[in-house]
Design a protein around this ligand. Sequence first.
Ligand SMILES: [Zn+2]
Length: 460
Amino acid sequence: MKKIFLLTLIAPLTVFAQNNASDSSFIKNISDNILSSRASYNNLRTLTKTIGGRLAGSPQMVKAEQWGAQALRDAGADNVMLQECMVPHWVRGGKDKASVTYKNTNGETITMQLNVLALGNSNGSGPKGVQAPLIRVNSFDELEQKKDQLKGKIVFYNCPFEDTFIRTFEAYGKNVVYRVTGASRAAKYGAIAVLVRSMSNSTNNDPHTGAMRYNDSFPKIPAAAVGLRDVEKLDTLFDNGVQLTAQLFTYGKMLPDTIGHNVVGELKGTEFPNEIITVGGHLDSWDVNEGAHDDGTGVTQTIEVLRAFKALGFQPRHTIRFVLFANEENGTRGGKKYAELAKQNNEKPVFALESDAGGFTPRGFSFTLNDSSWNKIASWKKLFEPYGGCDFSRGGGGADIEALHETFGTPVAELIPDSQRYFDIHHAAGDVFEAVNARELKLGAINMAALLYLVDKYDL
Ligand SMILES: [Zn+2]
């Protein structure tokens, strides 16, 4: 009796130890392969420098789709397909401009230029611009308190990032509602335009664009983000009781929806070809930068995982899909189409991973899944320690794989890189190729590949 008991206790432990050793050595092979390859960094250079900013509906996005399909073929995909979807087609339409005028203590009229960018999806003021007294509010509560004073005015939303959050995404998550819904909430009370403090904690004056959304019940007024140094100057003037008049010129226009594509490369599963593991990033970006960290790094990491798997002769048990999603920034239509097609085709999505939080040093992953899957994943943590991605948390996912989770209950995860520098450049001019470090980019891909390898081997 005693002997049998010992055997049953020891056998699984031995199997686990052996697996662990073979897993850690395979992950080391992945790491060696990716760190010795220039492929991901070269791909990022081509995407950012040759193609550049690529908003949904733009000619650059069409080029990016063609480039992405070829890059997936070059990386060794068994097949590459384009999934057509209708995407919004917003254009900036011109050079955004704003200024404020006021009287200084000597009674002289001063005009101060503001560094601004129209918010994505917003309607422009047109060449005549809008001009009106500027009124500052620090929150929606304050907006409501001042609702009787807003008619005919331009509202300046000035809610700063919460500096005490360690993860800057929390500050963004808390404040982004001002960018997304601020215009309509002010238009409801008769405001004729809004200026929004940039969603950033940067020390420069670059404005940060990003998607906004109109509520159809109210006039669709112009909306622009202001650089943080200019925000500070405005703040000082308001604090001193100075009366400001603002002028804003924007040219944004929403054209009819147009055709876009998710670009999908596939590695066929040997045992469960109909069970799909998805990994991806979004191919589109804002128009005002090169979309390097957002999300060129997620795209090139996705392609790099495929390249490394093929280079190492890895054959997954499940089919792995490498997806470059269309239109995350101002519509998430690509992610929605991907889930819709999976449903239509009776697919069985078993896991999805997204990289869309920048190409900085990986710290870990955040997961949305049930307790038993979570316990399984938590037992792999040690395998990630050498590569930095060992901080596992719950609650995360990704904008492009959210629809998959909602449709099928698919377990989802996102790569969590260090977030301290992300919002310096997010949706601003500084998000360029030079802001990405090649080794940080590769480390992200290594951790992603390791996670996919383990999910494929052990299931969730
Ligand atoms: Zn993004």
